[in-house]
Design a protein around this ligand. Structure first.
Ligand SMILES: [Zn+2]
Length: 221
């Protein structure tokens, strides 16, 4: 089961105390979304992944952990003008040059906006995630285990943001060449159908048909 514990936390930036709900444990028994968002019960713990100090606005997974050079950024006007703890933490990471991690936090902000029913914020957060992942690649920071997984993730983020042209070109690029892992190929072929249907909604790995052991994939092209 999922456990949450209230903990009195001392902020590493302003040294003030606040009560924070800390995630003790959780589990997942559902397949993840195509953009890696975990199934339940872990899915529902998202709001507790980032905490925010009510005194200075410092936002991080652990407010007691001091990140080097973070104080000036937290006190800066652009940080204080950024709304929401996930976007604030993403802003921090970007300022510190951790672009790939900043991209993931922006994607998590999109999931939170999904749960709040705020579609325009979810869309802009997904576009921010793509921007940050691109900045990361320019700085030689990978955001997945290999390029195949990165193509699949970017395809889904673009599709969920209704950026269907970019989703399609990314999907096609991901399908090119030899050595595409079978699971990624199956995901990208599902994405192709979803993109053609202008479907920007959530889909999960449960929709990928299981391949028989050792089976050859039969395709029409
Ligand atoms: Zn603080």
């Amino acid at each position: 089961m999922t456990t949450l514990d209230n903990k009195t936390t001392c902020c590493a930036v302003c040294r003030e105390f606040s009560e924070q709900a800390i995630l003790g444990s959780s589990y997942t028994h559902e397949p993840p979304d195509l953009d890696t968002r975990p199934g339940e019960m872990l899915r529902a713990t998202l709001p507790y992944w980032i905490h925010e100090c009510p005194h200075c606005g410092y936002a991080a997974p652990d407010l007691e952990e001091r990140i080097t050079d973070v104080e000036d950024i937290v006190r800066s006007e652009p940080y204080q003008n950024t709304e929401g703890r996930f976007l604030r933490h993403s802003f921090l990471l970007r300022q510190l040059g951790h672009f790939a991690e900043a991209g993931w936090t922006a994607l998590h902000a999109a999931w939170l906006a999904d749960d709040d029913g705020n579609h325009s914020l979810a869309q802009s957060n997904r576009r921010l995630a793509i921007t940050l992942f691109k900045e990361g690649k320019s700085a030689r920071q990978n955001f997945m285990n290999d390029p195949h997984e990165e193509f699949a993730l970017v395809t889904d983020i673009c599709r969920r943001a209704s950026d269907f042209d970019e989703a399609l070109s990314t999907c096609r690029a991901g399908l090119q060449g030899d050595g595409v892992p079978p699971l990624i190929e199956d995901i990208l072929r599902l994405e192709l159908t979803l993109i053609q249907n202008r479907d920007a909604s959530r889909h999960t790995l449960a929709e990928i048909p299981e391949r028989p052991e050792g089976a050859q994939r039969v395709t029409l092209d």
